[in-house]
Design a protein around this ligand. Structure first.
Ligand code: CTP
Ligand code: CA
Length: 223
């Protein structure tokens, strides 16, 4: 393992990866989240460590255990994730936003458990969360920034727009309406978009294989 790491293409690189689905509290016992399993982000952390990188994983909820040899920080909300990623940016060489960030949070989470309403309905007010990838894109200097896009339609068009709008260097797009692709599955089928190259369509394969190909491609463009 040590020999492998010394020969890795990402030695001396600090890679920071977010993973999992953020959790936005409603009250002390309830929350809003999403179907992210964290598998893709954890696979990326493993693949980066294999290539000799120093890896920090900022993990929202998942049932996975911390990858060996990776500094793992556990967070809950999009705001927590934003704080950690912004703090990690200056010392990072590569940043990857694989987390499924809740676009909205409850505007004022209740301090006490909400009681059932007599009216038969409950209205929650949601406010928009910071767009962390866009924040990183606005703040970055030499860092190589990677985002993901989960779409159910117009995959390449939407992903291309995100690449440009958020000032990312690479965007990994997956069509989550397909079977075996993305949320929860062990496999993924992605298309890699970069600023200057043609989209690269990868075949359906397990997430660790996808992660290794993504890390490989990053190491080729940064070295
Ligand atoms: N992302 C982020 N902060 C957010 C929302 C998304 O950093 N508040 C990141 C995700 O981690 C991902 C990329 O932005 O790397 C694209 O996320 P996605 O949900 O596909 O796109 P959005 O910009 O949120 O647009 P929409 O959900 O409307 O498609
Ligand atoms: Ca979103």
């Amino acid at each position: 393992l040590v020999l492998h790491q010394k020969q890795g293409r990402l030695q001396n690189k600090h890679v920071v990866i977010s993973a999992g689905g953020t959790v936005e509290p409603i009250d002390p016992v309830r929350y809003i989240s999403n179907r992210s399993s964290g598998k893709m982000g954890y696979a990326l952390a493993k693949a980066a460590a294999e290539q000799g990188a120093q890896v920090t994983l900022v993990s929202a909820t998942t049932t996975l255990s911390d990858p060996i040899g990776v500094k793992t920080i556990h967070i809950q909300s999009a705001q927590d994730l934003s704080d950690q990623m912004m703090a990690a940016l200056p010392a990072a060489d590569i940043m990857i936003m694989a987390a499924a960030v809740s676009d909205y949070r409850i505007s004022e989470p209740a301090v006490n458990k909400l009681k059932k309403q007599t009216s038969g309905q409950l209205t929650l007010t949601l406010v928009e969360n910071p767009d962390i990838l866009a924040q990183l894109g606005a703040m970055k200097k030499e860092q190589y920034l990677v985002g993901f896009a989960a779409e159910t339609q117009n995959l390449l068009e939407y992903a291309q727009t995100k690449l440009v709008k958020k000032n990312a260097d690479m965007l990994v797009a997956n069509d989550v309406s397909k079977q075996q692709v993305g949320f929860g599955y062990d496999t993924n089928q992605v298309t890699i978009l970069t600023k200057n190259q043609e989209p690269q369509v990868l075949p359906l394969q397990d997430k660790l294989s996808v992660a290794r190909k993504i890390m490989q491609k990053i190491s080729e463009v940064i070295n």
